[in-house]
Design a protein. Structure first.
Length: 291
């Protein structure tokens, strides 16, 4: 059985902390591992990406491997070849497969038929690689994860879910503030759900924002912007968090919408470190998956 990373909950606490330790080591010495020497990694994108593509492509290269980036429209998948057959062929050529797509079931179907590890580069339901980089960033800043409080304000989406699920494994207490109709649904791993952003950020060590209109949600963009307007991450909201609290955002950002430009480019953010840490955390993940 190939091991996969579809939600992040495949990792137990020890494995997660070991991965983060390894990510720190790889950040300190980016060219110190040849774990993917002579191996190829397929990276399939059915949705747009800047950070995920850059960080995986550069990260695979730094590990001595070859990234093969495939867009849906280039694959026979787009002309009707099944996901399972695509997985069977991928398994004959590459050491692991990353997929970014909308339906989480499609990722599961790929993993089911794959003999090599499959990892989630974002679905509409989960974004575990983002959460790994976010935990790395939190630990870098605070020196620990256990007992930290993270408040996510905005749409109860893929990023919020992965923070709740993966954060819980590391002992981070997550609160999610969303308006009616946009609350985090399903298994939230004990995350505190509220409609009140000020209540969510009380005592928080980090306040996290994501876009109000995720990929695939464009049809409801106007309604989302109206409902989510009171959930903007600005200095006034950050002032209600714990002293020394940091601002996080997975990016891409829309300054003036879900986050103010003052916070996005200001002294209290660790957002650009998060973007960098994608590469280090994912290299540690690839080392773990490809053995
Ligand atoms: N945060 C993130 O996944 O960014 P991209 O959509 O640019 O990959
Ligand atoms: N929630 C966003 C995250 C982008 C990285 C989306 O799914 O579009």
């Amino acid at each position: 059985m190939a091991r996969h990373l579809l939600t992040g909950t495949e990792l137990d606490r020890d494995a997660l902390l070991a991965l983060l330790d390894r990510a720190d080591a790889l950040k300190a010495a980016p060219l110190s591992s040849r774990a993917l020497e002579g191996r190829s990694i397929a990276l399939i994108f059915e949705r747009h990406s800047t950070r995920t593509r850059l960080s995986f492509e550069a990260g695979v290269f730094e590990l001595g491997g070859r990234p093969i980036v495939l867009r849906r429209d280039e694959l026979q998948l787009a002309r009707g070849e099944s996901v399972a057959d695509t997985a069977r062929v991928l398994s004959r050529h590459v050491a692991a497969v990353g997929l970014r797509t909308g339906p989480h079931e499609l990722l599961e179907e790929l993993a089911q038929a794959s003999r090599v590890p499959v990892f989630n580069m974002l679905t509409a339901v989960h974004h575990p690689c983002q959460a790994l980089a976010d935990l790395m960033t939190l630990r870098e800043r605070f020196g620990r994860l256990e007992g930290l409080k993270l408040a996510y304000v905005g749409d109860g989406n893929n990023v919020a879910r992965s923070l709740a699920l993966v954060g819980a494994i590391a002992g981070v207490q997550v609160a999610v503030a969303s308006p009616d109709g946009y609350a985090l649904a399903g298994d939230t791993a004990g995350a505190r759900l509220t409609a009140d952003p000020v209540e969510a950020v009380a005592d928080a060590d980090a306040v996290y924002a994501d876009v109000w209109v995720s990929m695939g949600d464009e049809d409801s963009a106007d309604a989302r912007r109206a409902a989510l307007a009171p959930y903007r991450l600005d200095d006034a909201l950050l002032d209600r968090a714990a002293p020394g609290a940091i601002a996080l955002h997975c990016l891409p950002a829309h300054p003036g919408e879900e986050i103010s430009a003052d916070v996005l480019y200001g002294p209290r953010q660790c957002i650009w470190d998060q973007a960098e840490n994608r590469r280090h955390a994912q290299k540690a993940l690839l080392e773990l998956l490809v053995r």
